[in-house]
Ligand binder design. Structure first.
Ligand SMILES: N[C@@H](CCC(=O)N[C@@H](CS)C(=O)NCC(=O)O)C(=O)O
Length: 227
């Protein structure tokens, strides 16, 4: 039995979406992102970096990178969510699958800046503003990807790429507006309408990383404007 170690609103959502899309049976073990349970010796035996996801796939094997887990799952069975070597979408498939972490890193940096660094003196407004802008730039590449009217990120149809990128949009819209990205907003609506989408959302009573819908970047003036 596949077992997924997960924290609500974290990158492990990508893996839940894949498992749901594939209709695979799995056990979900949910952790509180803040209570240090990801730092326990027991958990670190699974994922030495103390992060989620950790995907137990049997025979003692564990995948600790969400992108690798998504790719591994995509290749199971008929491989319907993957794009095999030699197929027309292959290069774009790999590129976007890994691009998910380019969006993800800004989400992680912004989460740290707005939430993990909880005291004002810990925060850098300059860095927060810059990260929000850099996140928006990465999302605009996805807006352009959909410019030709396709429904999903690859012209050939829904794939693991959509599941991988969805985390960056789920968290990304908490830090930057999608209002000027109509293609991406419509893609996001389509993604949220898929039957497996809600399975990755936090359950009643689970600790949330994000308690607000939106975390605006702080106002930062240039030195000459503030003096
Ligand atoms: N590149 C890794 C990053 C994993 C990662 O940093 N996960 C975050 C949650 S989104 C985490 O577990 N953070 C806990 C921590 O940094 O203490 C992946 O894609 O799986």
């Amino acid at each position: 039995m596949i077992r997924l170690h997960h924290a609500p609103q974290a990158r492990s959502m990508r893996v839940i979406w894949m498992l749901e899309e594939l209709g695979l049976e799995y056990e979900l073990v949910s952790y509180n992102f803040f209570d240090k349970s990801l730092r326990s010796a027991e958990y670190k035996a699974l994922n030495p970096a103390g992060r989620v996801p950790a995907l137990e796939i049997g025979n003692g094997q564990v995948i600790c990178e969400s992108g690798a887990a998504v790719e591994y799952l995509a290749e199971l069975g008929e491989g319907a969510l993957s794009r095999a070597p030699g197929t027309p979408d292959r290069a774009e498939y790999l590129d976007l699958l890994h691009y998910a972490e380019t969006t993800g890193q800004h989400c992680a940096n912004l989460t740290q800046a707005h939430i993990v660094l909880y005291q004002d003196w810990m925060k850098s407004p300059t860095q927060m503003g810059l990260e929000a802008k850099r996140l928006a730039v990465t999302l605009r590449r996805l807006e352009a990807q959909l410019e030709d009217g396709r429904d999903w990120m690859l012209a050939g149809g829904f794939s693991a790429v959509d599941c991988a990128l969805a985390y960056g949009v789920f968290v990304g819209e908490k830090f930057t507006s999608l209002d000027d990205m109509p293609n991406l907003s419509a893609w996001w609506d389509r993604f949220k309408a898929r039957p497996g989408f809600a399975k990755a959302l936090p359950k009643e009573g689970e600790a949330l990383i994000y308690r607000k819908d939106f975390y605006p970047p702080p106002e930062v003036g240039k030195p000459e404007e503030t003096s």
